[in-house]
Design a protein around this ligand. Structure first.
Ligand code: PSU
Ligand code: MN
Length: 311
């Protein structure tokens, strides 16, 4: 893919990522909100480095994405990962924020939505995260529906996630994905997963049994001209999960605490994740790290299989 000059003007592709893309080798995009606003230091930077290694061990090149000094960065250095993990000036930025952060030369940790968009500008088709945003509980009143869903509807990237966090309304999230024409496909299960838990109580709209099948779905979707993303849900490994019955009361507690503080909008997801780490005394953090690593391995294998089909 040739990158249009007006885009290339804003983009810093890491040489390792550029070489892989040029050669048609598999590349996996990784997001940075999870580093700056999703986990405490130093576990966040350890996770970020560890996940890059998991991608490499599974045969692909990692490309962690962020905006630094107004530049769209695709592939980061260890110092840049450390900055994202520690610098309080790093904002959580979604698609709507991108032009402001670029124009004013700021630092931004990209969400699923903005990471998808930048990955797509760079020609990367497979992306691993923890969990995607969705329809928040009470969205009928608050209208809080993550821009991750909007981006999935319009950007040609496959997002590998552990499903949708049960801090959200999973049923309504699946409805919106259906309306937007986004395939929500679970790997190796008929049930859609709920981030910390393998089980959500919701049947998965679609499923595949292997990464090679997932890659064939991507190839079919895009060669048919069906633009937009694919949500590939990958249940957390059984040994790392917090069963739904155990995490649900903790989630209710975290939601109550958030309401008492009056938090809304972009602050809610970081608050809820952080509060759950406190309530579970670190267990939710261990689960979060395990599922991200698992998603990175799956994404690398999907990217590898897709690269074979695309050539
Ligand atoms: N998954 C994680 N940790 C996170 C997120 C996902 O394991 O911090 C982030 C992603 O960046 C996702 C964002 O895009 O939460 C959703 O935020 P919101 O609900 O404000 O759209
Ligand atoms: Mn929101």
């Amino acid at each position: 893919m040739t990158i249009r000059p007006e885009i290339a003007h804003h983009l810093d592709l890491h040489p390792e990522v550029a070489a892989a893309l040029d050669a048609g080798r598999p590349v996996v995009a990784l997001e940075s909100t999870i580093i700056s606003h999703g986990m405490p230091y130093p576990q966040n930077v350890e996770m970020a480095n560890g996940v890059e290694n998991v991608v490499r061990e599974n045969g692909a090149t990692p490309a962690t994405i962020a905006v630094l000094g107004g530049r769209l960065k695709v592939g980061l250095t260890p110092d840049e990962l450390e900055l994202l993990a520690t610098d309080k000036a790093v904002q959580k930025i979604s698609t709507r924020d991108l032009p402001v952060t670029v124009a004013l030369g700021g630092h931004g940790a990209t969400t699923v939505a903005s990471t998808m968009r930048i990955a797509s500008l760079a020609g990367i088709r497979v992306f691993a995260t923890g969990g995607t945003g969705g329809v928040h509980r009470g969205a009928g009143q608050t209208m809080d529906i993550s821009a991750d869903l909007t981006e999935l509807a319009r950007t040609d990237v496959c997002v590998v996630s552990a499903g949708v966090k049960s801090i959200l309304d999973i049923g309504l999230t699946l409805e919106v994905l259906e309306t937007q024409g986004v395939p929500a496909i679970t790997l190796g299960s008929g049930e859609f997963p709920a981030f910390y838990s393998r089980s959500s109580g919701f049947a998965s709209p679609l499923s595949v049994t292997t990464e090679a099948e997932a890659a064939r779905v991507l190839h079919a979707k895009w060669t048919l001209g069906l633009s937009g993303g694919v949500l590939l849900a990958n249940p957390i490994p059984a040994e790392a999960e917090i069963p739904a019955a155990e995490i649900t009361p903790h989630i209710e507690q975290a939601l109550k605490d958030m309401d008492a503080l009056g938090l809304t909008g972009k602050e809610t997801t970081p608050y809820l994740l952080g509060r759950l780490v406190q309530i579970t005394e670190g267990r939710s953090l261990a689960a979060n790290i395990a599922l991200v690593r698992h998603n990175a391995a799956v994404a690398a294998r999907v990217a590898e299989a897709f690269a074979q089909l695309a050539t």
